[in-house]
Design a protein around this ligand. Structure first.
Ligand code: NAD
Length: 637
């Protein structure tokens, strides 16, 4: 459980499109009538609109705000404020103009109405950074917080794309560091994650259309939330580095945030795995730092300190300055660590995520199939490799476990012979055979359902005449089978070749019993003109699959029984028709609910009806017998 204190900052927020029209009302709401407007030449058009709305409330305008709030600029603005006896400042612009409004407020107590035109977030924080004699100092006080913020999305439409991207990432940085702040709390977490996903979705849309009002709205909303996070909890390494690089090396504010953020995240990632996982989810990527880097690249933002004009020789001094005084950060700060971070940022390297070696490896293997790209074999191998690698990674597989798996497969191979197919057993008991079978079924919904082939099919069973006996005198309850094959239109299929095989009364197939010389309980029939054939056999019984090999050990290891429900196998082939491989299960038989190869389908559970009257072919029997009367439906090609 984490403990926290939380006090929301009491700013009034008006958000939407066209909201600048409400600026006069908002000033009057605060009880003021003499406005000093802070703007800049770049924002002359919106400043003109706001002037019009303010009307006679406007007493003066000052356009000189500069980055990092130089005190000498504040002094000039202060003169204008006093000269015109202004009781309220209205500021239109980014963090620089907001900074000037705050600097005036902290000196005079004047109320502020801010109309932000970037995503810096300063308008909702009680923090002011000022520079004097080249030194930047930061302070926080309740009177610094603006009283009212009017977010008018229309005023951000003209923000140039490059500024929009860097300013958007500036906002992302507030949200990211809020999530691992020592003061983090559920409200700030929720705002931060919403800001991250909103901004991450908006930036790529903006690249396609910088005038997209919805994307601009998402960005501005994210900026408000992220700025609120910045105002509510303490920041860490990332903000400290940007502060140092901006203050001591004169690097531009939002651009520096954009270059540093992925690297600060990568530095802190080992100590903030949970937070990084939440950020990755909000970004919709597998890894947060590299995902952030990719987002910036895709949005066209800067990625290196070199391109911002920083000299490589200044990196170690920057690292020393940034680590000179201790401050809270989730991961211990070392000068070598920060030098390495700055070196990566200077070169613009993509952060190496802990999983990125693995990702690269997977991609290398996939790439090795590229000569066969587009073929079925390449498609299947690509997917197999991705799933196998993912399986190893997700389960944190050890070498010992993988060698056990290889030993298991080796033993599965060694035990396999012409009559013992351990790989099919493995496929059956893991349900893979049934997955393939169900997909096969779904392609021909009008036919009798198929079922798995199983491991006991033997090619080329002996042809038998209609009415002959498959059991050849073996003990068991006699079974008379009367089988018809029709197509999906109901027409009989003459000349269909049907292989039939089954277990004996004890549940064994002939290939499992060394005493048998040749095939027993297996035969090949050909249907007559009515699509029909008949034979005598015995009622099959439930049986265990061979459990003396690796598959049996696997079942043991998870407490599973090895039994199959009683059934007879059929393989039906006819010219012009699709082959059907299936099984008929004895209604009322054991293990219908827990067949160990998952092969039972309701439509294949059929009556093997008890009989005690005369037999259909006049065979003399002094015991009860069973009747299997079934019609298979097969599909044309
Ligand atoms: P900025 O305010 O300096 O604006 C950058 C440039 O973009 C300026 O030339 C500006 O005139 C122009 N501009 C702004 N909006 C425009 C628009 N809609 N259309 C066209 N041009 C536009 O940059 P910023 O990144 O918003 O703010 C950076 C400053 O804010 C830094 O001094 C930073 O320290 C401060 N800041 C303070 C806090 C805080 O909480 N105290 C938070 C974030 C930033």
């Amino acid at each position: 459980m984490r403990s926290f204190d939380y006090s929301p900052n009491p700013a009034r927020v008006v958000f939407g499109s066209g909201t600048a029209k409400r600026v006069r009302d908002e000033v009057e709401r605060l009880g003021h009538s003499r406005v000093l407007l802070l703007a800049s030449p770049q924002l002359d058009v919106p400043a003109g609109q706001v002037s019009d709305v303010l009307g006679d409330l406007l007493v003066a305008r000052f356009d000189g705000a500069a980055m990092h709030t130089p005190v000498e600029v504040t002094e000039q603005a202060l003169d204008v404020l006093r000269e015109h006896d202004a009781d309220c400042v209205v500021a239109i612009g980014g963090g620089s103009t907001t900074g000037l409004a705050k600097a005036l407020a902290v000196r005079t107590g004047v109320d502020q109405v801010i109309l932000p035109t970037t995503y810096a977030g300063s308008e909702v924080t009680p923090v002011l950074g000022e520079t004097e004699g080249g030194r930047k100092t930061t302070r926080s006080a309740p009177e610094i917080l603006p009283e009212t913020v009017i977010y008018d999305v229309d005023f951000t439409l003209g923000l140039p794309l490059n500024l929009s991207v860097t300013s958007g990432v500036n906002a992302l940085a507030h949200a990211v560091e809020a999530l691992y702040s020592p003061q983090a709390n559920p409200i700030v977490d929720a705002m931060a994650l919403d800001a991250i996903s909103g901004i991450a979705r908006a930036l790529p849309r903006l690249r396609e259309d910088p005038w997209n009002l919805d994307a601009r709205g998402d960005l501005l909303r994210g900026a408000w939330l992220a700025g609120t996070c910045l105002g509510a909890v303490g920041m860490a390494l990332h903000h400290k580095l940007c502060h140092t690089l901006g203050g001591s090396f004169d690097l531009p504010h939002a651009e520096t945030h954009t270059v540093i953020l992925p690297h600060a995240m990568a530095y802190n990632a080992p100590a903030t795995r949970d937070v990084m996982a939440r950020i990755a989810a909000a970004l919709g990527v597998p890894d947060a730092p590299s995902g952030m880097y990719d987002l910036i690249v895709a949005a066209g933002g800067p990625t290196s300190l070199r391109e911002l004009g920083m000299r490589e020789t200044d990196l170690s001094r920057a690292a020393e300055l940034a680590t000179a005084k201790p401050y809270p950060n989730p991961r211990e700060l070392t000068t070598e660590g920060i030098v390495a971070l700055l070196d990566d940022a200077w070169h613009g390297r993509r952060p190496e995520a802990p999983t990125s070696d693995l990702t690269r490896l997977t991609e290398q293997v996939v790439e090795s199939f590229s000569a066969a790209a587009g073929t079925r074999v390449a498609t299947l191998l690509t997917d197999l490799v991705r799933h196998l690698h993912g399986f190893a990674i997700d389960n944190d597989l050890t070498e010992g476990e993988w060698m056990t798996a290889i030993d298991f497969l080796t033993r599965t191979g060694h035990i396999t012979t012409d009559t013992r197919q351990e790989f099919i057993l493995l496929s059956d008991t893991l349900g893979v055979s049934s997955v393939v079978d169900l997909m096969t079924n779904s392609r021909t919904p009008d036919t009798t359902p198929s079922a798995v082939l199983g491991p006991f099919y033997v090619e080329g069973p002996p042809p038998k005449a209609h009415g002959s006996d498959l059991a050849e005198g073996l003990p068991g309850l006699p079974l008379w089978a009367d089988i018809k094959i029709i197509d999906t239109a109901g027409a009989p299929v003459a000349g269909a070749v049907v292989d039939v095989w089954q277990s004996n009364e004890d549940g064994f197939y002939d290939v499992q019993l060394p005493d048998f010389d040749g095939p027993v309980l297996r035969a090949r029939f050909t249907t007559d003109d009515r699509g029909r054939f008949t034979f005598w056999s015995i009622l099959p019984s439930e049986y265990p699959i061979p459990a003396d090999g690796p598959v049996g050990q696997l079942l043991d290891a998870v407490g599973r029984h090895p039994f199959r429900a009683p059934h007879v196998h059929f393989m039906i082939s006819a010219p012009g028709h699709q082959r059907l491989v299936t099984q008929l299960f004895v209604n009322g038989g054991a293990y219908l609910d827990s067949d160990t190869v998952f092969g039972v389908k309701d439509r294949l559970i059929v009556d093997f009806t008890p009989q005690d009257g005369p037999t259909p072919d006049g065979r003399e029997l002094d015991v009860p017998w069973r009747l299997l009367d079934f019609t298979f439906r097969i599909a044309k090609n």
